[in-house]
Design a protein around this ligand. Structure first.
Ligand code: ADP
Ligand code: AMP
Length: 216
C-alpha cells in the first residue's frame, strides 16, 4: 500500500499513520520526524533545516525531496507518507520519483478539520521524541503526565506547537500545501475524511474509503 496523508498540522495524520502502519504492513514516513532527529543529532541536514522549522516555514523543496528519495529505498513494499509532499514542486518531484521506480500511488487521504480545533490539538500535543508516539493532554493523555506509557521515558512538547508558530504553520499550509488538494483530486487519487471525529472513527473512515479507492 502506498499512501499519502495530507492535511493541516494537528489534523491527526501522525496518529492515524501509527495506527494504520500495522494494518497495512507498511511504515510511516514522517519528514518532520526525520528532520527533528537530524536536528537532535546536529547533522548537516539538521543545521540547514533548523531556522526554517523554528520559524514554522517549510524547508527548501530540494532538501525535502532528497531526504525522501534516500528514505524510499527502505520501503520497497509501500509506505504512509506523513507530511510530504507539502508543495506542488515536491508533488511533481515525487510523481517523477515513483514513476522511475515503477510504483503506483494507491490514494491520498485528505484530513479535514477546523482551524480552532487544530490550534487546541497542537497546544495539547506531547510526543515521545525517541519513538514518535503521540499523545494529547486532553483527548489521549499518558497514564502519568510527561511520561511515555510504553518506554517510561520523557515526553516533550514541540517548540513549533506554541500558538504563534502553530498559527504560522497553518498559514503556510493554506498557502503552500492546500493547492495539493486539487492536484491529487484531478489525478483521481484524493479521498477526504472528517478528521474532527474521535480517533477510532477516523481510522474506520480511512479504512473504508481506501478500500474503495484501491478497488476503483
Ligand atoms: P498531525 O500529524 O496531523 O500534525 P497528530 O497526529 O500529531 O497531527 O495529532 C495532533 C494532536 O491531536 C495530538 O496531540 C493527537 O493526540 C491529537 N489528535 C489526533 N487525532 C485526534 C482526534 N481524532 N481527536 C482528538 N485529538 C486528536
Ligand atoms: P511536521 O512534523 O510534519 O509538522 O513538520 C514539522 C516541520 O518540518 C515543518 O513545519 C517544516 O518546517 C518541516 N517539514 C516537514 N516536512 C516537510 C516537507 N515535506 N517540506 C518542507 N518542510 C517540511
Amino acid at each position: 500500500m502506498r499512501l499519502i496523508f495530507l492535511g493541516p498540522p494537528g489534523a491527526g495524520k501522525g496518529t492515524q499513520a501509527q495506527i494504520l502502519q500495522e494494518r497495512y504492513g507498511v511504515q510511516q514516513v514522517s519528514t518532520g520526524d526525520i528532520l527533528r532527529a537530524n536536528l537532535q543529532q546536529r547533522t548537516e541536514l539538521g543545521t540547514i533545516a533548523e531556522t526554517f522549522m523554528r520559524r514554522g516555514d517549510l524547508v527548501p523543496d530540494e532538501v525535502a525531496v532528497r531526504m525522501v528519495e534516500t528514505e524510499l529505498d527502505r520501503h520497497p513494499n509501500g509506505f504512509i507518507m506523513d507530511g510530504f509532499p507539502r508543495t506542488i514542486a515536491q508533488a511533481e518531484s515525487f510523481d517523477a520519483l515513483l514513476e522511475r521506480k515503477g510504483w503506483r500511488l494507491d490514494a491520498v487521504v485528505l484530513f479535514e478539520a477546523g482551524r480552532e480545533a487544530l490550534i487546541a490539538r497542537l497546544s495539547g500535543r506531547w510526543t515521545n521524541p525517541r519513538t514518535g508516539r503521540i499523545y494529547n493532554a486532553t483527548t489521549s493523555p499518558p497514564k502519568r503526565a510527561g511520561i511515555d506509557d510504553e518506554d517510561g521515558g520523557p515526553l516533550v512538547q514541540r517548540d513549533d506547537d506554541k500558538p504563534e508558530t502553530a498559527e504560522k504553520r497553518l498559514a503556510v499550509y493554506e498557502k503552500q500545501t492546500a493547492p495539493l488538494v486539487d492536484y491529487y483530486r484531478r489525478r483521481g487519487k484524493l479521498v477526504a475524511v472528517d478528521a474532527m471525529q474521535p480517533v477510532d472513527r477516523v481510522t474506520e473512515e480511512i479504512v473504508a474509503k481506501i478500500g474503495a479507492a484501491a478497488a476503483a
